[in-house]
Design a protein around this ligand. Structure first.
Ligand SMILES: [Zn+2]
Length: 279
């Protein structure tokens, strides 16, 4: 894990983190980002500025020069993504230390995940210093689930990004749980809208075919999501990229076959609980 290699020392790290968390508690600029307060185009600009400042701080902490070109954010921040990232900070869903690492009660480890889980909520990487773009999407999406869709904090769990180890670690970056701990939905993050389209196509192919192994599959990029679904049986799979999303309601048939019904988005908690009540 690269992070360990570029961390100066544990004492400095702990002190810096404590100082930063103190600072992050009275962050006047971000208080202006209350949900009802700003148009999300402003939030996009504000988050760019915020990330650029945090990136400079990260580079300084590691004694690395900041590139003249500054922080590269690709793909660009989507409006909603920026708005909810800032709201997540405002609402203390997560806090960032000077190394750009998020601390959050929503970040949870599963058995066997201890090493990879360190990567959860990490905004920057070194060699060379750069933004880990999917972390923004992950934190913003978790904030959307809580602040817009009404899920309780203890129903959301963020896991390691790009974890392709399969169902043992869920194999998705966020899960939504019922109050009794059952899996409601898996949330899979992608970088671009075309990747969402590919996920839909691949998952439909794997689902039509029924049970098969990774080695037998012609869709290696997304086969782990099929495995995740037939093993953990979430009712919904929601995939999110900056500015784009796709959601499936899943039905499980014999022989590992899967039927997908495409929805506009993941329903809000109130809608799901209402339908469960009626059903
Ligand atoms: Zn497959």
């Amino acid at each position: 894990m690269k992070w360990r290699g570029c961390r100066p020392n544990d004492d400095a790290f702990a002190n810096a983190r404590a100082a930063n968390l103190r600072r992050s508690r009275d962050r006047p600029a971000l208080q202006e980002c209350a949900y009802s307060g700003v148009a999300n185009a402003d939030a996009q600009f504000q988050l760019e500025q915020f990330l650029a400042a945090r990136f400079r701080e990260f580079c300084e902490a590691l004694n690395q020069p900041v590139l003249a070109s500054g922080l590269r954010i690709a793909p660009p921040l989507a409006f909603d993504e920026a708005e909810y990232f800032l709201l997540g900070l405002d609402e203390h869903l997560f806090e960032l230390d000077r190394y750009g690492r998020a601390e959050s009660p929503l970040i949870r480890q599963r058995p066997g995940e201890s090493l990879r889980a360190e990567a959860v909520g990490q905004l920057f990487a070194c060699d060379p210093p750069r933004l880990l773009r999917e972390s923004i999407t992950q934190l913003a999406t978790a904030a959307i689930l809580v602040l817009q869709r009404g899920w309780q904090r203890r129903q959301i769990a963020m896991h390691a990004i790009n974890d392709e180890s399969g169902a043992a670690n869920y194999g998705v970056e966020i899960v939504v749980l019922s109050m009794s701990g059952d899996l409601f939905a898996g949330v899979e993050l992608k970088r671009t809208a075309p990747e969402l389209t590919k996920l839909a196509r691949d998952l439909a192919q794997c689902g039509r075919r029924g049970r098969h192994s990774f080695a037998e599959c012609g869709f290696p990029q997304n086969h782990a999501k099929y495995e995740f679904c037939i093993t953990c049986k979430p009712r919904y799979l929601w995939s999110v990229a900056p500015g784009a999303q796709i959601c499936f309601e899943l039905e499980y048939l014999d022989g590992g076959r899967l039927e997908l019904q495409e929805l506009a988005t993941l329903p809000a908690r109130s809608m799901i609980e209402l339908s469960a009540h009626r059903g």
